[in-house]
Design a protein around this ligand. Structure first.
Ligand code: GLC
Length: 458
């Protein structure tokens, strides 16, 4: 890859002049990195639809909740104001009760199914009726601390009560007192759509009444990389259940056919609450800070509810049957990001990391490669997602687990450098899977793994 780029510099050098060779090498390195940086920026600009960004053209033509938050971190590397705008437009779609939807439909696009008509969930904006992982507080706190601009800081401070309202919504409807973990009512809420973690809990979803529908995703992506028809029938049965309940979140949370305490959501909400409490302190909202500290204690208990003592891992758990999934997914490794687990649990997780690290050419596979359901190209059943890598890396780095952290950062940068800004990547071959020119992958290159200019492979 390096050889394809033109290198400017002296054409005649003495072979013994190592300093010169080093200089040329350094220039080539930055030429490669600059080139990828500008490609990443171009992806964000091209996917910008005017104040909000689509995950990728074609496959995902609307604004997605957690995509926008990661995207804001990418924009912040070259346009702070645009970064904040991305979060502001997302929160424009917030419902009166604090709920923040997973998709915001500003217009109907026939290229995507299920679109606004299938959801029929109306507030001021047409939106979906389910939510997504609450990464917003963490990004807002990061941006607030990094900014030296009072105007930017006050726009971020204006988002604070909205994020608090969303967290309260979670605690009202989705963090039941017996589990203390975050319960999802649709696999799409986890952001890890077809993870094998949902297979057992989905088996009881009645798909007999699902009305005929036409999938549009298969027109944009290889079917082998996408969820199956059975998965989609179940997704649609759950959308129909919610629609028939008029998107009454109380009904869905207590009577819905799918109610799983998600390890990813729980770790992410816990981390986000710690960040929100820090921001509350910095903004002088001390009562809210105390309220958030109560939530933190509760979610710490929730993390323990998700510890599977038979499999020795943090994993998701069906709240209807009480059964753990028993799987070590990439979300299991978010225990560092959430800062949970006693010494023994951390040691068991480190052993899983060692084992999976040996079995995978690249880290972190979304599903355990030693499991039979592992499928290295199929969405959340194996492929690597750079946004999860970022959060796992961050937790490991903060805890001082530097070797493991560095492997994640290096693998992520290598994958993007060699294969481009894919939706996800095979942990076996590195090949891209799903959509191309993905906004959040580009954003993570800019904000995180591409920031260190040291190529890991040459
Ligand atoms: C898929 C992913 C989800 C993401 C969405 C848009 O549904 O599983 O996490 O938010 O695509 O990129």
């Amino acid at each position: 890859m390096l050889g394809e780029l033109s290198v400017t510099g002296p054409t005649r050098i003495s072979i013994n002049d190592t300093r010169f060779l080093w200089l040329i090498h350094a220039r080539r390195r930055s030429a490669v990195t600059d080139n990828i940086d500008s490609k990443a920026e171009t992806i964000l600009r091209d996917n910008d639809r005017g104040g909000f960004t689509v995950p990728t053209a074609g496959l995902y033509p609307y604004q997605w909740n957690w995509d926008s938050i990661f995207v804001s971190l990418g924009f912040a590397t070259f346009d702070e104001s645009r970064a904040v705008k991305e979060i502001e437009t997302l929160f424009e779609a917030q419902w009166d009760d604090g709920f923040l939807p997973h998709i915001v439909f500003r217009r109907d696009d026939p290229d995507y199914f299920p679109g606004p008509g299938a959801w029929d969930a109306r507030s001021a904006f047409s939106t979906s009726g389910i939510t997504q992982p609450p990464v917003a507080a963490s990004a807002i706190n990061d941006l607030w601390k990094a900014s030296a601009d009072d105007g930017i800081k006050s726009r971020l401070a204006a988002l604070f009560p909205k994020v608090v309202a969303w967290h309260r919504w979670f605690h009202k409807y989705r963090v039941p007192g017996d589990a203390n973990a975050v319960v999802i009512t649709h696999p799409w809420e986890s952001g890890r759509d077809n993870s094998p973690e949902w297979d057992a809990a989905s088996a009881n979803i009645d798909i007999s009444g699902v009305k005929p529908y036409k999938r549009r995703d298969l027109e944009h992506a290889d079917p082998h990389m996408r969820p199956t028809k059975l998965d989609y029938d179940r997704y649609m049965a759950l959308v129909e259940f919610g629609r028939e309940a008029g998107w009454d979140h109380e009904v869905i949370a207590t009577q819905g056919p799918f109610r799983v305490a998600d390890v990813g959501m729980t770790m992410i909400l816990l981390r986000a609450t710690r960040d929100l409490a820090e921001l509350a302190g910095n903004l002088g909202h001390l009562d809210t800070k105390t309220e958030l500290e109560g939530y933190i204690e509760q979610l710490e208990k929730g993390a323990q509810y998700l510890w599977d003592d038979a499999r020795k891992t943090f994993c998701s758990r069906d709240t209807i049957t009480g059964a753990h999934s028993g799987y070590v997914s990439s979300a299991s490794f978010l225990y560092g990001y959430a800062d949970v687990g006693d010494a023994e649990q951390r040691q068991k997780m480190a052993a899983h990391w060692e084992r999976i690290g040996k079995a995978s050419r690249y880290m972190v596979p979304s599903h355990d490669p030693d499991e039979t359901l592992f499928d290295h190209m199929r969405y959340w059943r194996g492929p690597i997602w750079i946004v999860i890598n970022y959060m796992v890396w961050r937790g490991f780095a903060e805890r001082g687990w530097n070797e493991r952290a560095e492997r994640i950062r290096r693998d992520s940068a290598d994958l993007i450098r060699a294969y481009g800004f894919n939706e996800a990547f095979s942990p076996v071959t590195g090949a891209g899977t799903g959509g191309k020119d993905f906004s959040w992958t580009a954003a993570m290159w800019l904000a995180w793994c591409g920031k260190d200019n040291r190529p890991a492979t040459e």
